[in-house]
Design a protein around this ligand. Structure first.
Ligand code: DP6
Length: 361
């Protein structure tokens, strides 16, 4: 575990006047898929249990933050959000809330007029972590802004601060700052792990997990009926919350062992169990809700049948939504692609899917 203090992230001396005219910062924020899920949090965006994810190599948000020195400074933020070229005032409350949360660490946010120009290469609000990629991209732009105000941040610290800030926008976003396997949340067996920011997974990873395929089947891309934020909140009074947090903690320990010894079958069994535990928490919350759709279950059944009949290493995981993430190693890739192409398109939305991957270098 880490001993980093929150106060280390407060930018104390900076020179706003070094940005005398409009300046554009650009960043890309990747999406990520959790293997051990974060579901439930304490005040201040502190996770109720540690989580581990794979960062995706393709699905991402591209953001441009245009900063102009503000002529009439007030005690409110000046932000405009443009998504796919269209001004979106409906995105503002989330961004303003993010700015409010990070203001104690980035006091200069009141010194600029901001325009945030952003687009994803995957559908927004589809259960694919768009808040993770968008918040991490924005946090990276903000950290980059610091380096133009006379603040020298080491590359390591810049990423740590970007992760720290991203977490305040969306918990899972703090993992998107790093590529490969990423840990967020303090765990006694993971050196350097912390509740306030994510770290790259620090231990040995068997080569089978260095290249993993991720095929995302889009079952439903309509906005979710219950947001992740509300889902997390329902964990506060959830009858099985204590057991779930403990199970996630233990599952991290098991995953450390699996990642080292390269046991793909144990990996698959564990991630499927995690995914279904996440959805079980939703179904047993009060009030209960279900984010899976009939086609989500049909895909799961198909995957299980394939494994039973052909002993092929194909596994699934789910986010807080109906879409299915298939995860599989390089071995059997051709048979798996054939299976996906022949057996699964009818369960996806207009044959929609995203071919992504996870890399650990
Ligand atoms: C199911 O990070 O979207 O994807 O912190 O409220 O923004 P907020 O929640 P969010 O929750 C993600 C939950 C999850 C699991 C995970 O990614 O670990």
């Amino acid at each position: 575990m880490s001993s980093f203090k929150k106060s280390a992230f407060i930018t104390k001396s900076y020179n706003v006047s070094s940005i005398s005219q409009e300046y554009t910062l650009k960043a890309i924020g990747s999406s990520n898929i959790a293997l051990i899920k974060y579901w439930g949090k304490k005040n201040g965006q502190i996770p109720a249990n540690p989580s581990i994810s794979y960062t995706l190599t393709k699905s991402h948000t591209c953001s441009e933050l245009i900063c102009s020195p503000r002529k009439n400074k007030t005690d409110d933020f000046s932000i405009k959000v443009v998504f796919f070229g269209k001004e979106r005032s409906d995105f503002l409350p989330k961004i303003r809330e993010f700015f409010k949360r990070i203001l104690p660490y980035c006091l200069y946010l009141l010194d600029f007029d901001f325009v945030l120009n952003t687009h994803n290469n995957f559908p927004h609000s589809s259960g694919i972590a768009s808040s993770a990629s968008s918040m991490s991209a924005l946090a990276l732009c903000i950290c980059e802004l610091e380096s133009h105000m006379g603040i020298t941040l080491s590359e390591d610290f810049l990423l740590k601060k970007a992760s720290f800030l991203s977490r305040l926008g969306s918990g899972s976003a703090c993992r998107s700052i790093y590529s490969g396997l990423v840990v967020w949340g303090a765990h006694e067996k993971i050196i350097g792990s912390d509740d306030h920011y994510a770290i790259p997974y620090p231990y040995e990873v068997h080569k089978v997990f260095h290249r993993f395929n991720n095929f995302i089947l889009l079952v439903d891309i309509s906005p979710k009926k219950v947001s992740s934020t509300l889902g997390h909140k329902l964990m506060n009074k959830h009858p099985y919350a204590k057991e779930r947090f403990l199970a996630a903690y233990k599952n991290i320990q098991e995953l450390i062992f699996i990642l080292k010894n390269g046991d793909v079958e144990a990996f698959g069994t564990l991630i499927e169990h995690e995914a279904l535990s996440l959805h079980a928490m939703m179904m047993t919350a009060y009030p209960s809700f279900v984010l899976m759709k009939p086609d989500t279950l049909k895909i799961i059944e198909k995957v299980w049948n394939l494994r039973r009949e052909q002993k092929i290493s194909l596994y699934f995981t789910l986010d807080a939504g109906a879409n299915v993430h298939l995860l599989y190693p390089e071995k059997d890739i051709e048979k798996i692609q054939d299976f996906i192409n022949q057996e699964l398109p009818m369960y996806t939305l207009e044959n929609k899917f995203i071919r992504d991957s996870c890399r650990y270098d």
